[in-house]
Design a binder for this molecule. Structure first.
Ligand code: ADP
Ligand code: MG
Length: 331
């Protein structure tokens, strides 16, 4: 069948238009075009909360306020530095009827203690106090002091009553410290609030612990990971709907007689962690889990990695041991 010239031109135009539309649609869908033109505005907002610097980056101006108000709500519940927080009341009285949020985070902490062979343990609070990390009057305690503090540690000594949200300590004098999980939980709560408010893309950095919600103009959020005190960038992670948490011995520690003591306490010994790790970054679907896991890896050291990788197959672990030997991202 032969077409006349006019019909041939018409069909060619339709074909070219069809191809262009299909290619354009594909490019738009893959984020190619948006990335190429890098259009749109990005807003940055910051605040000091939970004792650290929070930065919120999003194409939505509202994101910052939503994140900050949620983080400050969680801080009021969990901070041991706030005498009226639920955690402070529990530490004082040994028993409270908790809000669903406080109950949830303590329940998850107890579960993560079991899943990290006891390395992550919020009941290390008396030991954290003893080493002077709470009032920043650092000291090396004697063995008897450490032994008596260890008698009142152990997450199995927290009783959780699901039916009425009661939390109870089995032994008088016990205390909890949510410093290794609270920030992660606050990030998760903030992300939930962002989603409820229809915000799909946002990067939150809370003092080195990040949650990347959605994307940045169609491409994953890129996060620089710092693994030493020097202001050097050691690597880049690409994250989408994922959190990355870094624990290191270079930010909070004290030196005594040429020895460095880190703020992360090994519940098995009562002494600051000596896993030989300078810093560790862990990714997880939830910030709460990433936060607790980075603390646990710091304690368990490289020997504990195979067990953790088996228990948390979706997480990625990046560790750095000592100053000289650098480990690059490993899966
Ligand atoms: P950062 O404070 O830099 O975010 P981490 O997330 O690793 O570091 O948390 C460290 C904090 O966790 C300590 O300051 C202390 O409050 C608490 N902590 C210390 N040792 C443990 C432990 N073994 N398990 C759980 N929490 C701990
Ligand atoms: Mg942590």
């Amino acid at each position: 069948m032969a077409f006349n010239k006019k019909t041939r031109i018409f069909l060619a135009v339709i074909l070219v238009a069809g191809w262009s539309l299909a290619l354009g649609y594909q490019a738009l869908n893959s984020g190619c075009l948006t990335r190429f033109f890098n259009y749109g505005r990005i807003y940055r907002d910051n605040r000091v909360l939970m004792g650290t610097f929070w930065e919120v980056t999003s194409p939505e101006k509202r994101a910052g306020e939503i994140v900050f108000s949620e983080a400050s709500r969680i801080e009021k519940l969990l901070s041991k530095y706030n005498a009226s927080s639920e955690v402070s009341r529990l530490n004082r009285t040994g028993k409270i009827k908790a809000s669903p949020d406080t109950f949830y985070v303590i329940k998850r902490a107890q579960e993560l203690s079991l899943r990290t062979s006891g390395a992550f343990d919020i009941t290390v609070a008396p030991l954290v106090d003893l080493w002077g990390f709470t009032d920043r009057k650092f000291r090396v305690p004697g063995n008897t002091e450490i032994e008596s503090a260890m008698k009142i540690t152990g997450s199995d000594k927290i009783v959780l009553h699901e039916k009425d949200n009661m939390i109870e300590f089995k032994i008088p004098g016990m205390e909890i410290d949510l410093g290794g999980i609270g920030k992660g939980f606050a990030l998760d709560c903030a992300v939930k609030k962002l989603k409820e408010n229809g915000i799909a893309d946002c990067l939150i950095n809370a003092g080195g612990q990040v949650y990347a919600l959605g994307n940045k103009f169609g491409a994953p959020w890129k996060v620089a990971v710092q693994t030493s005190a020097k202001p050097e960038i050691s690597g880049t992670l690409e994250l989408t709907d994922e959190s990355a948490s870094t624990s290191g011995d270079y930010e909070q520690f004290f030196l005594k007689d040429g020895k460095s003591y880190s703020h992360i306490i090994d519940p098995r010994t009562g002494y600051p962690a000596a896993g030989g790790i300078t810093s560790v970054t862990v990714t997880a679907d939830s910030a709460l889990e990433a936060d607790a896991l980075s603390t646990a890896v710091f304690i368990l050291g490289e020997n504990g990695l195979p067990g953790l990788k088996a228990g948390f197959p979706k997480s990625r672990f990046y560790i750095r041991q000592g100053r000289a030997k650098e480990k690059q991202p490993e899966q």
